[in-house]
Design a protein around this ligand. Sequence first.
Ligand code: TXA
Ligand code: MG
Length: 342
Amino acid sequence: MKTQLLTEHDIDTAAEILRSGGLVGIPTETVYGLGANGLNAAAVGRIFTAKGRPQDNPLILHIPDPAWLDRCCRNIPPAAYRLARQLWPGPLTMILQRRENVPNAVTCGLDTVGVRCPDHPLALAVIEAAGVPVAAPSGNLSGRPSPTCARHMLEDMDGRIDAILDGGPCGVGVESTIIDMTVPIPRLLRPGGMPLERLREALGEVVVDKAVTAQLGAGEKPRAPGMKYRHYAPKAPVIVVTGDSRRTARYIRRNLGEHTGVICFDEYAGQFPNCVIEAIGPVSDKARQARRVFDALRAFDSTDVDTIFAQCPGSSGLGMAVANRLKKAAGFRVVDLGEDAT
Ligand code: TXA
Ligand code: MG
């Protein structure tokens, strides 16, 4: 299959491919998604083949307007409508009870479904034009870092999908925050582009699921099935170092080998001689770190590093999402040097 590269002028072509059961790479504000008609089980099945995605990992549906919620979900609590009103379009996925018209192929047989309204003009235009909810996981091969530009998506998907709509680099850079709204106290299943603090402002109490910060034990079942897989991983092993940035930099300097990669804050980029450096932004600029983290992880694959150390931001704001992606890339191999107050 030849993968076409489409531009903003090709919205109708992209929509037509979706309507006829094909696969299209779609830019969103978080990361590029691999879209298919979310009401067509055969089309959705092709997503799993193209990504090499495990069959037990459900997809989220993308809608262009909160008014479409009722087309995919039922028993929607008032708090979910409130979130939709306040925070959509935006990097937030809500888990809700599914309607029967949502195929098992999307939910992997669960009675819930993830729904989000992305904040990207091209994504909204394509979904509107297709006239159906669009199922879309991140557009990477399963296990790889999520793509934040069309070129990265093409690296993984060339020849496997019909087209990629190039909308330039993604503004947020990490995936949406996932919140389960089917339980009495809303539960954060994946930190992402919508900070936990914003959700607490809107909802009051929000519980953070254990899988966000720690590796689950052998018998433990994650509430977001995707959280159990090693993910975002470059080819070389990653070690995350948490704590105050001066201490983490010192620790990494002391442990450098011959072929070491370092993910660090900009302030420290000059401190690791003879290493491959990916600076992800100033200590205080978590929005920039979020935009850079997947590109940084991807960049090491074209080098000969055999170990990658990563400085890790504190957990406020977007730091929670950045830290989670780094730790997942490391398979939760973490050197903990104490609290980072940021
Ligand atoms: O920002 C995003 O969310 C991007 C863009 C393309 O929209 N999409 C994305 O999809 O990150 P994906 O498939 O890579 O991640 C979706 C996550 C997976 O961990 C999956 O297990 C979880 O959502 N999920 C989907 N449906 C669920 C459900 N009904 N209950 C719990 N978790 C669910
Ligand atoms: Mg993904």
